[in-house]
Design a protein around this ligand. Structure first.
Ligand code: AMP
Length: 163
């Protein structure tokens, strides 16, 4: 019984692996179409184990990242593909896939993430010039990594509405 469950889990993981790999690594220049990237990630997310995400691997220090803040609930690191002179991601250690899947239990954690974003922006000297906080949630928002994250964007003039 246990073995067959294990085999099923392994088979499921293998069947989504190509999509996951493409969805998560196309930010390194192999995939330039943000919308296509988000659709792939959204498809993959349906079968996703958040603890397999690239951000969980950063939390576990299995892959490198330029980490600028760590505490018991959250970490912040520089985005590998910045879209502004300062582009930092704040993520919970808890593997929540997206804002939409957070629960009432997560209210203190969500508040903490916003507080970390505020503190990091201050340390990065963004207070005077200003900065933008973004959470992409799901396909239409072009979310590409299914581990909740707050983008801090600063260091240039931005426009509105976003594309
Ligand atoms: P989103 O499109 O809102 O899901 O944002 C995901 C962000 O994660 C993108 O801005 C990517 O550039 C960024 N990203 C993906 N992989 C890494 C990584 N290994 N280290 C840092 N940032 C990453």
């Amino acid at each position: 019984m246990f073995t067959s469950k294990l085999l099923l889990t392994a088979a499921a993981a293998l069947s989504v692996a190509p999509k996951l790999l493409r969805a998560e690594f196309c930010s390194d220049g192999k995939c330039s179409d943000e919308v296509e990237k988000a659709k792939l990630a959204s498809d993959a997310a349906e079968k996703y184990r958040p603890e397999d995400s690239i951000f969980s691997k950063i939390i576990r220090k299995e892959i490198p990242a330029d980490i600028i803040h760590e505490d018991e609930k959250a970490i912040a690191f520089r985005d590998v593909n910045p879209v502004a002179p300062k582009h930092i991601l704040v993520i919970p250690r808890k593997p929540i896939t997206q804002l939409a899947t957070s629960t009432e239990q997560d209210i203190p954690l969500l508040g903490h993430l916003l507080w970390v974003a505020k503190s990091v922006a201050e340390k990065e000297n963004l207070n005077d010039s200003g900065y933008r906080i973004v959470i992409n949630n799901g396909r239409d928002a072009a979310q590409s990594v299914y581990h909740l994250h707050i983008h801090i964007l600063g260091g240039r003039q931005m426009s509105w509405p976003p594309g």
